[in-house]
Design a protein around this ligand. Structure first.
Ligand SMILES: [Mn+2]
Length: 313
């Protein structure tokens, strides 16, 4: 479906449920709350539903948000590549045909929705959302803050390879609305609690190297989270640490979800395709950042991922 098709749906329907993905990030939440605010300002009803709770640093995106009562007419998924990424709390939306419209930029999108607007060249789904909404009406400061957060977080504050002139241009237009982008970026990329800083130091000090130091692995165990009193969502900075080391082509973060279940996040330089590595384990994502889930003992899980990467190196 093209942008005009999406605008038509947003104009025609009145009651929207907007879904965001589990382990919500700035892009899925930014898109979700931007769309919700925009639709409400059009006099329509809309709710944003998350499979997980909104991490503290993103709470400003839902400032003033309250759930509305209505008969659901249109279900929109934002930044969700695969129905299973809605999580167990949103099981009912994982059924075939449950999602009417998906707006996404993941090359690995499975096409689970009835209609999909997919632009894998967009660094953030929030860029697609900006294109849709800016053609429908005025982007208020509140909506702009949500969209800017999505673009900034998914491009690593305009540093990742997925950053292009379009990302900068949209960001510039959003800044024109008067948003406090300094505070947004400081919250997204700098501020952390002392506990989180201590946990990060402990994790990074245990970083292991494989394949002639081309692969670096960080492990976030449930014990570490407990010891430092932090949540997994607060350690979003860890996956980018490995790639700051010269010679590393793949940074792997192994997150213990439950005993024997690990969430793997893979970040790569231009030597490797992270999405392909993860799709071999049933996951997916972007070329330079992707994820998957693997069950087993920690050492076996790491061996499997490293062996897979060695096939592509
Ligand atoms: Mn995204």
């Amino acid at each position: 479906m093209d942008i005009n098709g999406v605008r038509r749906i947003l104009n025609e329907k009145d009651n929207f449920t907007i879904l965001t993905h589990i382990s919500p990030d700035g892009d899925t939440l930014g898109c979700g709350f931007a769309l919700c605010r925009f639709l409400r300002s059009m006099g329509k009803k809309a709710n944003v539903i998350n499979g997980d709770k909104v991490p503290h640093r993103y709470e400003f995106l839902c400032e003033g948000y309250y759930p509305q009562e209505f008969e659901e007419e249109c279900v929109v998924a934002v930044d969700i590549a695969d129905a299973k990424l809605m999580g167990d709390a949103l099981k009912r939306y994982q059924e075939p045909g449950a999602v009417d419209l998906c707006i996404d930029h993941h090359i690995s999108n499975t096409g689970y929705a009835k209609e999909t607007l997919l632009d894998p060249t967009a660094g953030a789904a929030a860029m697609i959302m900006y294109e849709i909404l800016s053609g429908m009406g005025e982007i208020t400061k509140e909506v702009a803050a949500c969209l800017y957060t999505g673009i900034s977080t998914d491009t690593g504050c305009f540093r990742f390879e997925n950053t292009d002139s379009r990302a900068h241009m949209y960001a510039a237009n959003l800044i024109e609305t008067g948003i406090d982008f300094y505070t947004i970026n400081r919250k997204m990329f700098e501020l952390k609690s002392r506990n989180v800083a201590a946990a990060e130091r402990a994790i990074v000090s245990q970083m292991k190297f494989y394949l002639n130091d081309k692969v670096a692995v960080n492990v976030i165990s449930l014990d570490t989270l407990k010891k430092y009193g932090v949540e997994l969502a607060e350690l979003e900075g860890i996956p980018s640490v490995a790639l700051t080391i010269e010679g590393v082509a793949a940074g792997v973060t192994v997150k213990e979800k439950a005993k024997g279940t690990y969430k793997i996040s893979v970040r790569t330089t231009d030597e490797l395709n992270a999405s392909r590595i993860c799709s071999d384990f049933g996951g997916g994502g972007h070329i330079r950042a992707a994820g998957c889930e693997i069950k087993g003992e920690l050492c076996d899980v790491i061996d499997k991922v490293v062996a897979k990467i060695s096939e592509y190196i």
